[in-house]
Design a protein around this ligand. Structure first.
Ligand code: NAD
Ligand code: AKB
Length: 315
């Protein structure tokens, strides 16, 4: 009997992932948790627990109470916010992961999902079509914590048999919840400003290409990896995951197809250096070969849905 705990369920991914997990596996079988209140939909569609991932006994208690078999651990501080509080962000990203891995080991949970990021790559990583195995020299506190996290996930799998699975998400684009303080957030913010003001000031330069993905694809990849037979999951650090690759000026042009008077200007801030250190596009051949990953959304399809859905929020 599958019983899932989502940690960090009030964030950008957790909001959509919790709803989809409940749709697939039953509302009573997915417990949402976070340190902050979730969306109305998450709150009203099943059980929600206040849970601080830094408090191991709290995790143990929720796992025991609800007889949890799997954890999706999403709580973290993202790249932009982490640079403003490096040590605290390191503690949350690493201690949170250790607590979840240790609870999984001690209580023999069946599976753990923990997301890594394109932030594990760095300035000397080949930036076009970045391969699965390559130079990794992250220079942000977030990227360093994700690379260390990948190594620990593989360690817990090899030494203790914890069935931990992971994806290196690109920048995720969605309309349900706000983006959580990352470098790729411009690709969400731009749609809100387009609908409200028909103009946007971007914190990255026009030609800064980054790997991105529509949320529905990311959720399908996440559940697809978690539901794959264990023998197909051959990478136990984290899988590269590719979707769409574009820069701010290309996204602005895609918006202009539907909104001819949309304008964009550029005022790069500290996040430009972070974006410059990350890949421009990702080779995800291993995810496609090992467990059948396939992206559905391209730039045009994603742009149309985002404009339509964000517009509904302001009606
Ligand atoms: P988010 O910031 O929107 O959500 C994170 C959630 O974690 C928040 O609701 C926050 O309240 C919660 N949280 C923070 N500290 C906590 C604590 N101590 N205990 C419990 N909950 C706590 O982030 P997201 O975009 O939903 O990202 C989820 C995961 O996916 C993170 O690990 C992130 O690094 C990874 N990821 C996200 C993206 C993206 O583009 N969104 C890309 C790559 C990787
Ligand atoms: C961020 O920009 O920090 C995240 C990520 C790509 O990990 N969206």
């Amino acid at each position: 009997m599958k019983k899932i705990l989502v940690v960090g369920a009030s964030g950008q991914i957790g909001t959509d992932l919790t709803v989809e997990l409940r749709r697939r596996f039953g509302e009573e079988n997915v417990i949402a948790s976070d340190i902050k209140e979730p969306s109305k939909q998450v709150l009203e569609s099943g059980v929600f627990e206040i849970l601080d991932v830094l408090n191991k006994s709290q995790i143990e208690s929720v796992v025991d109470t609800h007889q949890i078999t799997e954890i999706y651990h999403l709580a973290a501080i993202l790249s932009g916010n982490a640079e403003k509080a490096p040590k605290r962000s390191w503690d949350i990203n690493m201690e949170g992961l250790f607590n979840v891995l240790d609870v999984a080991k001690e209580k023999k949970l069946s599976k753990i999902f923990w997301p890594s990021s394109i932030a594990v790559f760095g300035p000397t990583t080949p930036s076009q079509f970045t391969p699965q195995d390559t130079i990794m020299d992250p220079n942000t506190v977030y990227g360093i914590s994700k690379l260390a996290g990948e190594r620990w996930c593989e360690y817990y799998y090899q030494k203790f048999g914890v069935d931990v699975r992971s994806l290196r998400y690109p920048g995720l684009i969605s309309y349900t919840a706000e983006a959580g303080g990352g470098t790729t957030d411009y690709a969400v913010d731009i749609f809100y400003k387009a609908i409200q003001d028909r103009k946007y000031t971007c914190f990255l330069k026009a030609e800064t290409a980054l790997p991105m993905m529509f949320m529905e694809d990311a959720i399908n990849a996440t559940i697809g990896l978690m539901e794959a037979p264990a023998e197909k999951v051959k990478i136990r650090s984290s899988y590269n995951l590719g979707g769409i690759s574009f820069d701010p000026q290309t996204l602005a042009n895609a918006i202009r197809v539907h909104m001819a008077d949309f304008t964009i200007d550029y005022e790069p801030d500290f996040r430009q250096a972070i974006a410059d250190s990350w890949p421009k596009s990702i080779d995800d051949v291993r995810a496609r070969e090992d467990w059948g990953w396939e992206a559905k959304y391209d730039l045009e399809a994603m742009t149309k849905i985002m404009l339509d859905e964000v517009a509904k929020k302001f009606k």
